[in-house]
Design a protein around this ligand. Sequence first.
Ligand SMILES: Cc1cc2nc3c(=O)[nH]c(=O)nc-3n(C[C@H](O)[C@H](O)[C@H](O)COP(=O)(O)OP(=O)(O)OC[C@H]3O[C@@H](n4cnc5c(N)ncnc54)[C@H](O)[C@@H]3O)c2cc1C
Length: 340
Amino acid sequence: MALIVRRAVSLKTLNSFGIDARAARLIELRESADLPTALALLREHPPALVLGGGSNLLFSRDPPGTVLRVMLGGCRLLCERAGEALVEAAAGENWHAFVDWTLGQGLNGLENLSLIPGSVGAAPVQNVGAYGVEVCERFDSLDAVSLHDGATRRFDAADCGFSYRDSVFRRSAGAQWLITAVRFRLSRTPQLRLDYGELRDELRARGVASPGAHEVAEAVCAIRRRKLPDPAGIGNAGSFFKNPIVERARAERLAEAHPGLPLYPGGSPATAKLSAAWMIERCGWKGYRDGDAGVHERHALVLVNHGHANGAQILALAARIRESVRRRFGIELEPEPVVV
Ligand SMILES: Cc1cc2nc3c(=O)[nH]c(=O)nc-3n(C[C@H](O)[C@H](O)[C@H](O)COP(=O)(O)OP(=O)(O)OC[C@H]3O[C@@H](n4cnc5c(N)ncnc54)[C@H](O)[C@@H]3O)c2cc1C
């Protein structure tokens, strides 16, 4: 019996913010053979909330209905041709362990995405990205099952509608899909992406002149360990706000009015990405604390739970930050984590 159903469960250790929400019912899905039973239980006690590693979620209250924790495991090399390999991982695999596995197989392409918390199944949901690479660039396809009627469907990249920290799965049109497995197209030959200055600096500091994928992964891990607060020590969900993408002309006017405002490529020549962290810091929020809800002292973009904050308190702080950025810069910040 692989399907475990628990009642009245605290989710505190199952979300990286450490919010003590309670699930009336929690199903742990470890085997795909148990999917039909799990789906039937979800339909009996709706609505369903799909949970991976809980590292991109904020529980503003107890989730109603049933929480389905996806714990399906396994990764495999499906086929290989002309130096290109197709690999598949089950949705419940830990993302970093999977990246590590691909590197161990001598496959290149995911190294910049090392050490991102969470599961493989959630990676396409917000098109995870770091250090100049987004997962959609290495994505091949995924399998999903409808929470409504159990129908299965294969999504290719076009079906997923990927954009910056977004995909169809974050919108109402895609909310019914439970992702069960994801396939990636990786390469035997290095496809290094070293556009990110911080990554180049780290490699230089390590004395690595011509890096391979392993060295890049190690450098990324070192930067992340140094820079990002570990949820095991202090509750957080990484960046709480997306970097806003606006028309280039507007971004340039803002940068003129606010010297020092960093601008990044926005994905098209007509747009630019603004640094949300810079704007939040300018509004004086870095290191701010209100009870146990706060802004990290080194990262204005990271909202933290110092211990016993609840989701409503974190959300209230986020609303105050959004309001001050709106007033000072005329920019609307959008939260990155999914608010439940
Ligand atoms: C310290 C820290 C650093 C981070 N750094 C980065 C970073 O560099 N780049 C980045 O992009 N993100 C980053 N994140 C955010 C987070 O790691 C990613 O969004 C990750 O993909 C979330 O995975 P998860 O399994 O924890 O998803 P969860 O938090 O469990 O779920 C997130 C969303 O995906 C849905 N979901 C989860 N699994 C499935 C599934 N199998 N099928 C359908 N829907 C599903 C959930 O319902 C929810 O809507 C960071 C988070 C932390 C805490």
